[in-house]
Design a protein around this ligand. Structure first.
Ligand SMILES: Cc1cc2nc3c(=O)[nH]c(=O)nc-3n(C[C@H](O)[C@H](O)[C@H](O)COP(=O)(O)OP(=O)(O)OC[C@H]3O[C@@H](n4cnc5c(N)ncnc54)[C@H](O)[C@@H]3O)c2cc1C
Ligand code: SF4
Length: 566
């Protein structure tokens, strides 16, 4: 009886960016789908408690109290973390892990996962990124290329809404874009500087999951135009940016095929030796501590890269004692990330009579110009540069000036100098030695072993950071900037919040865990479509690729399901 009540066509583990897409596709294509989510439920608008608060309405103007910072040294480092967004991040004690080497693992456990707090950068991967690792010998072959995923990028872009320009760049392919936001006068100046002096380098508007001009499909989702408030990470009451909570999950719910079960920590996936496939998923209810098993013919694992490795490593059976599908011992290895260590800034004169409209929530991009098609540096891989301009205020107010009174207020209302900033997002080499594994002696509150992280930078990373520092300095100088600084912040891996790998795709079951449809080579009804599946890291922001891979894999899974193969 329990089996019948708890049986679905498909189970999706995790409700974040990729899990939301799995739910949408599976439900839309007719499968009764259960989404298991360890965190609490989040409802669009009603669970955005700070969305319309002014700075002065927060306890400490948005800063967190000292006791919180002392108790949460990890999470309080996250980009955008503050009193206004803290409700969408976990606290450090909520889910411990063991840092064999320093790794900042940033997490948001709730319905919607990190889709509520992500930065929304949505560039497509170029074919170079798929091909370079195998060609240059720093990775295995991807089982797919750009041409396989391009239609799925289009599918996702149209639904979530991505604004941008068609720039015709080899390093960053065009997509189905909503109108772009305008570049500022200083950004246009930098764009021209690169065209005039740096052949092959292009500053363009980034591609962002913002509804600059909603289409009918977005209005059908109940979403509206982005109003340029740049308060997105608090949750946007207008649905101006894409999150699972505003978009994919409600869409799936409308089909009548979706069940979401929050407060459900997945412990493991169960393997049926007789059938030769996974039979279900064991969870622990975080309110009652009850262990419950749910059954399905298809299982999508979308718990975000490292948690997906954790769940699969913890899914041991007589057939798979080292974790589900892990005959080759590669589960949890080849963890990749993006290098965010290089930052640069310069002050520029000559545009004092100009300003910009609103709080534009997007940034420009200088598309990767390294190792495109052939090796042209002493390191492998490439880097994207995010860039933008801003007018400061603070530099009008001397440090020794009292921070109160009428004069201070007047000075704050005067725009200061124009500045241009740049920061890098660099590719890393997936390596067996960068890995996660289960602690043998430490467990969390639910009896699940803690994850151990052993991930580090290498010599290639150091060379790439140095190249960015040299090049950003020279681009800012050529643009006429002064007071230039370019610095390595030496942050630990992980703070880049783009963790990838652990359950990589590949052509050969001896060197990978997933096939070209993200299906486990050795357990065909289990699909992994979050960052864990990444064969290499590329240099583009990865989440839209997870969405595209998920939509593609789900469509394949449904086809197999309907033919009775799964
Ligand atoms: C501040 C910030 C800025 C970012 N900016 C960008 C950007 O601009 N562009 C970009 O491409 N990416 C960006 N990212 C990264 C992006 O958020 C992630 O790549 C993306 O959310 C990953 O999607 P996912 O579905 O794998 O995981 P998530 O969105 O994290 O969802 C995973 C879900 O699984 C649940 N879960 C985990 N373990 C279990 C378990 N055992 N049982 C049940 N449920 C579980 C979690 O609670 C969570 O809800 C950013 C991230 C952060 C934090
Ligand atoms: S900038 Fe746009 S998406 Fe962000 S909070 Fe404002 S309206 Fe919403």
């Amino acid at each position: 009886m329990e089996n019948m009540i708890n049986t679905y066509d498909a189970i999706v583990i995790g409700s974040g960016i990729s899990g939301g897409w799995a739910a949408k596709e599976l439900c839309e294509q007719g499968l009764k789908t259960l989404v298991l989510e360890r965190g609490r439920d989040i409802k669009h608008i009603e669970d955005y408690p700070t969305a319309n608060m002014h700075t002065w309405e927060f306890r400490y103007r948005g800063a967190m109290p000292r006791e919180f910072l002392d108790a949460n040294p990890l999470i309080s480092k996250a980009a955008g973390f503050g009193d206004d967004t803290a409700h969408f991040f976990i606290e450090d004690a909520d889910h411990s892990y063991v840092q064999q080497k320093p790794f900042d693992w940033i997490r948001g456990y709730q319905v919607g996962g990190k889709s509520l707090t992500w930065g929304r950068a949505c560039q497509r991967w170029s074919d170079h990124e798929f091909k370079s690792p195998a060609r240059e010998g720093y990775g295995i072959d991807w089982p797919i290329g750009y041409e396989d995923i391009a239609p799925w990028y289009t599918h996702v872009e149209k639904f979530i809404g991505v604004c941008g320009n068609k720039d015709g760049l080899d390093a960053m392919p065009d997509g189905e874009f909503l109108p772009p936001y305008e570049l500022s006068c200083v950004e246009k100046h930098m764009q021209k500087t690169l065209l005039d002096h740096f052949p092959g380098r292009y500053l363009v508007q980034g591609r962002w999951a913002h509804l600059s001009e909603p289409n009918d499909i977005h209005l059908q989702q109940g979403r509206g135009k982005c109003l340029c408030r740049n308060l997105c990470m608090r949750g946007c009451p207008y649905g101006g940016y894409f999150s699972s909570v505003t978009s994919t999950l409600p869409w799936a719910e409308k089909t009548g095929n979706l069940t979401i079960r929050p407060f459900s920590v997945v412990h493991s996936i169960l393997y049926d030796e007789n059938e030769g496939k996974a039979s279900g998923v064991k969870i622990i209810d975080t309110n009652t501590h009850e262990e419950i098993t749910f059954y399905a013919r298809i299982i999508f694992v979308n718990a975000s890269a490292l948690n997906t490795s954790l769940i699969l490593l913890n899914s041991s059976s007589d057939r798979f004692p080292e974790g589900l599908g892990n005959d080759n011992g590669l589960l949890g290895t080849h963890i990749g990330f993006h290098i965010y260590r290089g930052w640069a800034n310069g002050r520029i004169e000559g545009y004092e009579d100009k300003y910009y409209y609103g709080k534009n929530p997007v940034e420009c991009i200088i598309a990767n110009y390294r190792n495109l098609g052939q090796r042209d540096t002493d390191f492998v891989g490439g880097y994207t540069i995010f860039s933008g301009s801003y007018r400061s205020r603070r530099n009008n107010v001397p440090d020794d000036h009292p921070q109160l009174g009428v004069d201070f207020k007047h000075q704050l209302s005067e725009p200061g100098d124009w500045n241009i900033y740049m920061y890098m997002q660099g590719e890393t080499i997936p390596k067996a030695s960068n890995r996660v594994f289960l602690s043998k002696d430490q467990k969390d509150s639910w009896g699940i072993p803690l994850l151990v992280t052993e991930v580090d930078y290498d010599e290639n990373d150091e060379k790439m950071v140095q190249d960015f520092l040299d090049e950003s300095r020279s681009m800012l100088k050529k643009a006429g900037c002064q007071d230039i600084y370019a610095e390595d912040n030496h942050q630990a891996p992980g703070l880049d919040i783009h963790e990838m790998g652990g359950v990589r795709m590949g052509k050969d079951p001896a060197t990978s865990l997933l096939n070209e449809y993200n299906q486990m080579h050795l357990c065909k009804n289990v699909f992994v479509t979050d960052g864990a599946c990444m064969t290499s890291t590329g240099n583009q922001s990865p989440s839209i690729l997870y969405m595209a891979l998920t939509a593609r894999a789900a469509t394949y899974a449904v086809d197999q399901f309907k033919k009775g193969i799964l």
